[in-house]
Design a protein around this ligand. Structure first.
Ligand code: COD
Ligand code: ZN
Length: 362
């Protein structure tokens, strides 16, 4: 198959012919139809987060089942599917507790020993987040495969795999935003726009969107923001105070990945408010928070990994919300790229040109 391989950080990915090992027991091979380009892919292309090169990036995918390993009854070749990324061993403390987004399999777990699945001659190539979606095919455990209804386009399905899951999950599963709330959303990219539309869906009264780009704030309004702040020339904390009569926001989501903007999110809260860290800050970054004020104001700061998503439970409900016209997902797709244009797709993401760019396959 063809895959886009990252051999060196910050260097262009190389689209080339590679070999994919066949699926073993419990696994599914999927022909990829659409793969979103997410800022986490960009982070791992750009910075040292511990991923080992060479690597095929991409983790937001929908496609068609192409082959199944022994013992897989859940899907058959020809089925349309959305993929969840990462591991869900089903046996660790967190999986048993219903928090599979925190899955911590033992180091010798078979599901970790599956890699590398992609080879170039005698050199193994890793698959980002156990998916590696910037390729014609991927192999994943059957537990990470969720059926995609016939009437939902592959592009929409792909977005459900990360941007929607992470944004919607942050609001609904992690923060559990209450109707009538004032919600601050910092960063209006593919994930942030889903935080905004999920907040609108659960009945937030005021949604204050922050970005440094006016085109992103336009998108934010289309997805339900009631107020916009351009942080390139406005002070976020004082603007939020002014917009809320000095009170502050009930919830503040940081969907950018900077320690400074996490601090601003926290400082924009009312007493008892909740700041939610969605973005992955650089390794080793630290926050400066006033612990005395934290105690006196009963404020909360929490993290959320992958929107605290349980794919088997949450993907179908997000797909149903799309089918019911309650989640705008087609509107997120602002540009399509072929696999050979992958480096341009990364440039467009970094330049802030797209709500979501997608790599599409014939
Ligand atoms: N102030 C305000 N907005 C800013 C600033 C700033 N200083 N800097 C950048 N922005 C804006 C950009 O203009 C852009 O609109 C937005 O922030 C970022 O959007 P995208 O589209 O580039 O990125 P997303 O939405 O794909 O991803 C953002 C995340 C923060 C989710 C991502 O970077 C991340 O950290 N993901 C890990 C979290 C996680 O759970 N991941 C699951 C798999 S992604
Ligand atoms: Zn992602």
């Amino acid at each position: 198959m063809k895959a886009a391989v990252l051999y060196e950080r910050r260097a262009p990915m190389v689209v080339e012919e590679v070999e994919l090992k066949p699926p073993v027991a419990g696994e599914v091979r999927v022909r990829i139809m659409a793969a979103g380009v997410c800022h986490s892919d960009y982070h791992h292309w750009n910075s040292e987060y511990g991923s080992i090169l060479p690597l095929v990036l991409g983790h937001e995918v929908a496609g068609v089942v192409d082959a199944v390993g022994d013992g897989v009854a859940k899907v058959r070749p020809g089925d349309r599917v959305v993929l969840a990324f990462g591991h869900r061993c089903g046996e660790c403390f967190y999986c048993l507790k219903g928090e599979p987004y925190l899955c911590a399999p033992p180091a010798d777990a078979p599901l970790l020993k599956r890699f590398p699945r992609i080879w170039k001659g005698d050199r193994g190539i890793n698959s980002f987040l156990a998916v590696g979606a910037f390729a014609q095919y991927t192999i994943v455990p059957a537990t990470n495969v969720i059926p995609l209804p016939e009437d939902v386009p592959f592009e929409v399905g792909a977005l459900v795999g990360c941007a929607v899951a992470t944004g919607f999950g942050a609001v609904v599963n992690a923060a559990k935003v209450q109707p009538g709330s004032t919600v601050l959303v910092m960063g209006c990219g593919g994930v942030g726009l889903n935080v905004i539309q999920a907040a609108a869906l659960v009945g937030a009264a005021r949604i204050i969107a922050v970005d440094i780009r006016d085109n992103k704030l336009k998108y934010a309004e289309q997805f339900g923001a009631t107020h916009c702040i351009n942080a390139s020339h406005e002070d976020v904390v004082s603007r939020v105070r002014a917009l809320t009569g000095g009170f502050g926001a009930d919830y503040a989501f940081e969907v950018i990945s900077h320690p400074k903007t996490i601090e601003h999110a926290y400082e924009s809260l009312r007493k008892g408010g909740v700041a939610v860290v969605v973005g992955m800050a650089p390794v080793g970054a630290m926050l400066t928070l006033d612990p005395l004020a934290m105690m006196r104001t009963s404020r909360v700061i929490m993290g959320t990994a992958y929107g605290n998503i349980r794919p088997a439970v949450d993907f179908p409900r997000m797909l149903e919300l799309y089918r019911a016209g309650k989640l705008k997902l087609k509107e997120l797709v602002s540009r399509r790229f072929g696999l050979t244009e992958i480096n341009d797709a990364f440039r467009a993401l970094d330049a802030g040109e797209v709500a979501r760019g997608l790599v599409v396959f014939d």
